[in-house]
Design a protein. Sequence first.
Length: 280
Amino acid sequence: MEQRHFGSTGRRVAVIGQGTWNIEQGDRRAAVAAVRHGLDLGIMHIDTAEMYGSGAAEEIVAEAIAGRRAEAFIVSKVLPTNASRKGTVAACEKSLARLKIDHLDCYLLHWPSRHPLDGTIAAFEQLKSDGKILSWGLSNFDVGGLEDAQKIAGVGRIACNQVLYHLQERAIEHAVISWCAKNNVAVVAYSPFGQNDFPGAATPGGRVLSEIAAAHKASPRQVALAFLTREKNLLAIPKAVAPSHVKDNAAAGDLTLSDIDIHKIDVAFPLGRSRELPTL
Ligand SMILES: NC(=O)c1ccc[n+]([C@@H]2O[C@H](COP(=O)([O-])OP(=O)(O)OC[C@H]3O[C@@H](n4cnc5c(N)ncnc54)[C@H](OP(=O)(O)O)[C@@H]3O)[C@@H](O)[C@H]2O)c1
């Protein structure tokens, strides 16, 4: 699968990763197997958070990556309510304990917090100096918030901004993607299937996706993932437990769309005028 620079970190990460929100809600063995299956197929970027299942998702990831730490790029997130200077360090240590690892590849602020951002960033930098995280990033930040963070941290410190991005929700295309590209910040698309509100084959947009998919011998979801990662600083983290879904998503990492395909999708799923950063 194609690998891309993860912002300014100097690391290369597979373009398709794997989300773990709600992964604890079904059969535990199937959830562990899904993450392992992803690793087998080159899905190294595993996205989790202390919030997911109140730590249960991190425990599932721990089981899945046991003995395979070097293959994985593990991202977790601090809850905004915990994101004080001391709270961030404590939350990270708890995540590491649940994940049974000694460092995270990237640690994110889950969404903007009422705790002052300079305290959260100071904690991230301390965790980095202590070797507990290799890089840090943000999530659900608009351009104003990114500018504030960069003013505090300096250029080249923010590894990524993880944001909502799917075919029916393209607001980040107005300004967030270009700001991140200019500042060498990876954009990680979360809920790339709109949390499974994916356009059905009978809808006009769904028909366009099916047509493009048929021409590439691909699936409509693979076409969607290829569209969402069509620029070099974009990555996506679909969540999948069903083995066929994991396989489908991994193969999307090798699909490249033509300019005509991209234009057709652009017309079928218009950008929209709202510049406001949406969140779930
Ligand atoms: N930073 C944030 O604020 C934030 C917010 C939301 C999400 N996230 C992250 O982003 C990840 C992904 O987002 P999400 O979980 O909201 O939803 P999503 O990835 O948009 O959709 C997940 C749904 O799509 C299904 N699916 C996956 N691949 C498929 C395929 N190839 N064919 C058919 N169905 C497929 C899954 O089914 P099965 O599971 O049954 O296979 C699941 O029902 C999360 O898990 C989380 O890690 C971050």
